[in-house]
Structure formats: C-alpha cells, structure tokens
Ligand binder design. Sequence first.
Ligand code: MIG
Length: 801
Amino acid sequence: MNLAVVVKGILDIGLQKAAQIVRYSLQRDRLERAPRRKCAPLAPGPLQEANPIEGGALLRFANASLQVLFLTPDLVRVTWQPGVLPVPYALARTRWPPVEVTMHREGKGWALGGSSVSVTIRDDGSVRFYDPAGRTLRQDLPPERCGEEWHLTTRLQNHQCIYGFGEQSLGLNLRGQTVTLWNSDPLGGYTPGTDPLYLGVPLYVSLQPGTASLAFYENSYRATVAIGDTIAARFAGGALRAYLAFGPLPQLMERYADLTGRPALPPRWALGFHQSRWGYKTAADVREVAAGFQAHDLPLSAIHLDIDHMDGYRVFTTNPAAFPDLAGLAAELEAQGVRLVSIVDCGVKCDPHFSLFQEGLEQGAFSTLPNGRPVRAPVWPGWSAFPDFTNPQVRSWWGKQYRRLVASGIAGFWHDMNEPSAFTAWGSRTLPLPTRHAMEGRGGDHREAHNLYGLLMARAAYESLHEMYPERRPWIVSRSGWAGLQRYAWNWTGDVASTWPALRTTISTAISLGLSGIPFTGPDIGGFSGAPSAELFLRWFQLAVFLPFFRSHSALGTPRREPWCWGEPTLSILRDYLRLRCRLLPYLYTLAWEASRTGWPLVRPLLWPDADDPELCGVQDAFFLGAALLVAPVVEEGALERLVRLPRGRWHDFWSDAVYEGPASVHLAAPLERIPLLVRAGTILPLEEDNGLVLHLYHPGDGEGHGVLYSDAGDGDGPCRVDRFRLVPVEDRLELRWTADGEYPFPYQSIHVQVHGLEVDELRIDGRPQEPAQRFAVQPLAQVAIRLSHDSAPGRGAPEP
Ligand code: MIG
C-alpha cells in the first residue's frame, strides 16, 4: 500500500468517502478471496485426429483442440480450446468468404496450404507459418493450459522489432519488456515504465527486413506478455484465439481494420485545438477562457468541462448554480466557433433521489455481485453503481442519457474512469473480479468483462448518438478501451506526469496506439499532474500540433497554463503553433479520411514505409505524420538543436527548404520557436493559408510526386470530394495533374501553388504561358507545367551542358 497516495486521497476526498474506500477495499478482498491453486502446465498432448473444414482444419489433441481458419489468404485465425470463446466485441466483421486451403500430411504433422501463407501443425501442437518461398514467418511452441490459463510462446529472431499493445509507456520497440493487459488507472502523474495503463490492446506487429506480421489475441482476460528472445503470452482465462496477418506494415493495418473496424471519420472541428482544465467550475470561468483566446487572437475549437461542472458528481447533470444556462453558454461559444465537450464518468451515484440511479435499479442496469445485488464502489460521487455495458439494453438506456447534454449544446463527450476505476485504499482499483456481467446474455464475470468496459461504454454512446442525431458524427474521447475502440471513439493518454521523460514517452505511446488500430490520440499538453516550465510546455505543445488529438489539460490545483499565462515570448510562439495547426487542417483532415478507409494511423513509426532499415527500429523520438511529414520534436531540456535519423530518400526542411539525402543522421537547428520538421520529396502538401488553399509542391527528384485533399461539410455524411494531385516529370518539365471525384464543391476561393526545391524557369497554366514565379494563383483542376532551370534540381549532380 502506498501511504502517500492514501493520505492524499483522504485529503482530496474527505473522511466520509475515505471510510467508503476502506470498506470497499475490505469487501473486494473478501469477494476475491479464493484458494490459490498451483497449476501444472499441460501441453496439448498427442494429436488424435485431424480433419479439414472449409477454409482450414480442426485438430483434436489429447488435452486440447485447435481450429485453424483462413479468413483471407493473408489472415489466419487460430483457436485453442478449452475455454469460453470470446463475444466478438472487438470485431467489425465475422463473416468471410471461404478461402481455398489444401491439407496434407507432412512429416510429423499436417500442412495447410493457402496462396500466400501456409501453416504446419506438428503432432505436438507446435504451429508454424511460412511464406510461399518457404521462409518461416512465425513459430509457436505447443501452448500450455494451466488451470484456466493459456500460455503461448512464440519464437523471435534477433532483428525482430516488436511494436504495439495499445497504450503503453514502455518504449516503442518492446523487446526486453513485459506488458500487462489489464486496463488500470495508474494514479497520479504516470512516468515512463508504468504498466499497465488505461487502454491495453492484445496486439503487436513484428517487423524485420523482408517480413512483417501482426498478431491480435482476441482474449479480454488479464494477460502478461514477456517480450525477450520469445514472446510469452499468458492469459488468465478464455479460449486462446489469435488472428495472424502477414505482409507489409500498411497492408497489416488494413487487414486489422477489416477485422476490427476502421476509425470513424471525426467532425472536422475535433482536429482543432481543445482547451481543458480540471477546475473550470462555473460558466464565468468558461467565458473567461474563451474571452482570453479571443483577446489574444488564439484560434480555439473546444473547451472541456471536467467533473466540476456536474451536480455533486452525478453523471449527465450540471450544477445549476454554476451553470444556470448551459444552452445559452453553448450558443454564445458556438457563435465564436468554440464547442463545449462534457466529461461523462461511468459510475452512477447511489442516491435514491437521483433519477438515473433509480431508473438503473428498476431496469437492472447495473453490474451485480454473485448475490444478485448491484455492486457498488466509491468514486467521485461516493458510492456508485456501474452500468453493465455488456448488456445491449443497458447500452441503449445509457446512450439515451446523452440527449439532455446534446440538447444543452454539448458537442462532444469525454469518457473518464471507465477502466472501470474505483477508489481503493489498497490492492486492485476496479470492481471485484466475481462481479457478474451479461456478456450479451451468455453471462460472464469481471475477469472477462473488465478490459471491455471502456470499449462498450463508447459503443453505447456512439450507437445512440448516431441514431439520435444521424446528421452529426458522434465525437467521443475515451480514457479506456480495447481492440475496436476506433469504431467509436478517440483516446487521450491520461494522467501523464509533467516531466521531460513523460514528454518523450508521448511519442511512442501515440505510435503504439496507432499501430493497435487506435489512431486518434494525444496527451495532456504539459503533462497532467504538475507544473511544467514554459520550455517544457512549449516543446510539448509543438509536438502535439502534429498529433491527432491536440488538447491542453491539467489537474486540479496545478498552476494555470492557458497560453497567455506564460507571458512573452512563449505566448507568441504558442500563437504561431496554433496557427500552424490551422494551416495543417486540410492535410490532417485528409489523413483522418484516409484512416477511416484504410485503418492507417496518422502517426507512424519511421519504419512504416520501409521496414528494411534495421537502424530505424528503435527510433522513438521522431515519427511520420501521414506520408509527407517527418516530425522530430525536441525532447531534451535546453536543447536548441537535435540529431535526426533520416530514412532513405530526399527530405526538405519545412522551415528553410534545405535539402537532405537519407539514409543519414543530420543535426537540425531547433531554437525555441522551431520544431524540426521535414517534408518528403515529391510531396504535394495542402495547407490552409491566407484564407485560401496553398498547394506546396516539393520537387520529386526523378520520381513522381503525390498529394490528396479530402473535403466535405466537416460533419454529417453529406457529399464529399477527393482531389488528387500528381507531379510527373516529363522531359525538362514537371507537370502538375489535378483530378477530382465527388459532388462536394471545391471549398476554397483562392488557390495558390508554391514551389519548393526548384527554380521555376518557365510556367504554363492550362497551356497558357505565365510569368514564372515560385508562388502563383491557379483555378480548381488547373494543369500546370513548370520548366526546371537546369541547376535547380538539388542533388542531381552537375548541370547539363
Ligand atoms: O480521478 O475528472 O484522467 O483527465 O481531469 C481523476 C478529473 C479523475 C482523471 C482524468 C483527468 C480528469 C480527472 N479524472
């Protein structure tokens, strides 16, 4: 027991709640008390029978059964039983057209042949995957059953790089780490190495030159995964079911999105800046913040209302004294382009006068103890009951509660404490493990439902909001979740410490989440719990400009950190970065759309396009934002420059237009007002500038250049439009070819092209010669031809005679 945490908790919470916390902790211990039996690991035992089934095979061993099923030629599902099969909450798709698979006896086992992957199952239960050239893709030892547990060990090769497992702070490449999958509130400001965090996903990608694979374990029980010379995964219960995909990393992410769903396209405003703070207590506080942004000429998209705004922490209520006219406030802010986002905690105050609690009791909406009584645990409101989101009726009941907030002008929802978290004096900080859950009617306990809780709360909100307001895209940001959360919600990375190491960790946490299918995430800028220096806040802010969720948030009682609190020069630099975010919106929105179609994360590891450079495996202080931008944030106190490891190819400095050739390591200047930022050669980067669109063309060298721009009304599912740009070298010219699809009219009146990396010698627009210029105006769908001056192409060697 951590005494400091308990004492701080008592001070924060008051004596009455402290007594509840102690009582609950004792009760939980009583409920969880069970004789600890030592289990003896049991191998599958000898193979007794093997039969083909459509798309795979069913094998019976003495102590276990194994089903191998090809869902596509490059996606294979493996299921070991005994153990209860998962309710497919993670999955967006459960039906797959049959895949042709051959089966024959081979040596001491069976071989299943598909067109791009084949599988052999040995008589001892070991399983191997091969590519068509016969190279091993994956090698599983015979799994072991130990009581209710399943243990599975997979061999790794030396150069294999392992990323994933959802939200974690153990670093990007997880070799040498042990990950716990049990969604938990780590309390206080967490620091790198804290495990587990709020949102685990039992998934990893494995990368090495030549091959890449993805493994998703569809098992929601508590698990530990030790990643050393092998990956040793231990699940506390359930059947052992894994989905294994093989192919290049972008294809793996598409396959995983086929399986668990693509991220919902967010409303465009959600990509703007969000200002939050635990401690905006009244409408006047909120007005003052909005006015501050206006007065200092700072663009703002949303303000978040934390638990302070509720009536005694009763979920879905508003303190009437502090917010006498929430709808009026929301309308006033909306006129300034600012939305209100409201926190929603899952615990419902056990208060006989609280209608939601009464209703929940009457409908049997709360998770129960084995004796049938609703489980209660202390959270912010004191004793609280916990909706059982594994029950579809409860999801729809809960989902309807958002209506009142939407009617009051709330535009988005912030799900907190949904691991679910309970306040405890010691031991586990969640519901007792024997707590009962409906699991869609088949029944189950908290061991199985725990990790699903945040996912299903998000599903409840998303599905109801979508049904009640079909003309709007639901926007939810959730602290907890599981595989598939991307279909319903964004994430933020919780109560991270206000330290430099925590800033550094933000990068690998965001990459890991993205590779786990959850692309929309971001940290509390400056860290949640403490008092960042101006420098730390600024560097964190500069990083967050390039992350999907761009929000400043901080704990109750921390020093204020709205942009103007810092004085100059910080305020001016923050303003420039807020504006840079606005400039980037067309690019970010296009990436969000791309993610909603492909499942590709916006934030990508440097290995994303090219897993063949082993040096990039461990790079966790830089990332790609989409295909075009390489972001290298400053993560060291006092640093005014940094070393950047460039992948293969040519890179243009965003700020200076200097050109670098990779692979290489280069020192880039990083004075306080600058975050090192590189643009891939051949990029056509759409930026919103001067109330119009500017297409920034970066010389493609000898290859082709590309760009895409997605546009729509910013919300709803009305018409959209996709503009595609190609930059094609033709003889001594570069031609910009612009095509478009879709019904939505082109949204910009003013359009300019800005050329980087080459001198424009001659210029033709739609066939007509123009005065050559580096920046020039065009009309939609313009076809532009630029003649290169001979010495303008960087790195092309000597000018031709
Ligand atoms: O027990 O609502 O992570 O963002 O400000 C703390 C108060 C509860 C935790 C969230 C944080 C939020 C805070 N919440």
